[in-house]
Design a protein around this ligand. Structure first.
Ligand code: G3H
Ligand code: ZN
Length: 283
């Protein structure tokens, strides 16, 4: 069923595994990720950036495609449709009214007081609709969907205050992670993560899940990380498959013949992550 992230993440937190958020770009991504979740008996979060939402024709189209695909595939595992890096209250409100079951309000780029103010507004509307809310503190490095940032660590006291004053369901404290591939090994602030986990009282979210070694994934989960976002890894694997198939078949023009195999590549990648995150057989 379509559900919010609230129960999913509280359960994951209590049982010490993480639910993957996999970003979607089109119907093939939806099909591949939902099939992976069902095969693995895993809860799953479909991440939709504002740009990807626009690309697919709007939030309403996204919800309709996900609902129809779940019905066609006979999906029984818990699925959340989550707005990824929502930039404004208006964007979150649009997603909520279109039927998203979860939203992220990313107001980490302004002042702390502005973050508290807009996040509170989003929580009020979202919770009225049974929709969960993720907020962010500090900044994730790298670029996603044209949004570029330098790494800035979240402050532990601010994390506690943001949770207490807004009532968010989960928190993404930026602690050295990066959107897109890492240059060298990632250097995550585990000491800070442990501190924040002790005071925040909500499940933590790790952005920039592509390229983080398994050992660090396990450590993050042990410090209360219950949601891990993966986008770039699926794009790399999918696009590589399209390139390979087209290179081997220069005459090919039927999109199903190259998008089909690339859909399988997404599914395999997602299954690998679900096993690594420990969410397989938890639904
Ligand atoms: O919000 C989405 C993510 O944080 C994805 O990061 O593209 O590095 O996997 P990634
Ligand atoms: Zn992110």
């Amino acid at each position: 069923p379509l559900v919010s992230m609230k129960e999913m993440l509280d359960t994951a937190n209590a049982k010490r595994y993480a639910v993957g958020q996999f970003n979607i770009n089109n119907l093939e991504y939806i099909q591949a990720i939902l099939q992976a979740a069902q095969d693995e008996k895993s809860p799953v979060i479909l991440g939709v950036s504002e740009g990807a939402g626009k690309y697919m024709g709007g939030y309403g189209v996204v919800v309709a495609m996900v609902r129809a695909t779940m019905e066609a595939q006979g999906t029984t595992v818990p699925v959340a449709i989550h707005l990824d890096h929502g930039q404004t209250f208006e964007s979150c409100a649009k997603a909520i009214h279109a039927g998203f079951t979860s939203v992220m309000i990313d107001a980490s780029h302004g002042t702390f007081e502005d973050n508290v103010a807009v996040t509170s507004k989003v929580v009020e509307l979202a919770h009225f609709h049974g929709v969960s809310v993720e907020a962010e503190l500090g900044t994730v490095g790298g670029t996603e969907d044209g949004i570029t940032g330098g790494i800035m660590y979240a402050d532990t006291a601010e994390c506690k205050e943001l949770v207490d004053r807004t009532g968010i369901d989960c928190l993404a404290p930026a602690l050295g992670s990066v959107h897109g591939p890492y240059e060298g090994e990632p250097n995550l602030g585990f000491k800070e993560m442990e501190e924040i986990n002790t005071v925040a009282g909500v499940p933590l979210v790790l952005h920039g899940g592509t390229g983080i070694p398994t050992e660090d994934i396990k450590k993050a989960i042990s410090y209360g990380t219950s949601k891990i976002n993966v986008n770039t890894e699926n794009q790399i694997q999918q696009t590589q498959k399209v390139r390979d198939v087209l290179a081997a078949n220069p005459e090919m023009i039927d999109p199903r013949k190259y998008l089909g195999p690339s859909r399988d590549a997404i599914k395999e990648t997602v299954i690998g992550k679900m096993r690594e995150f420990g969410s397989s057989n938890q639904a």
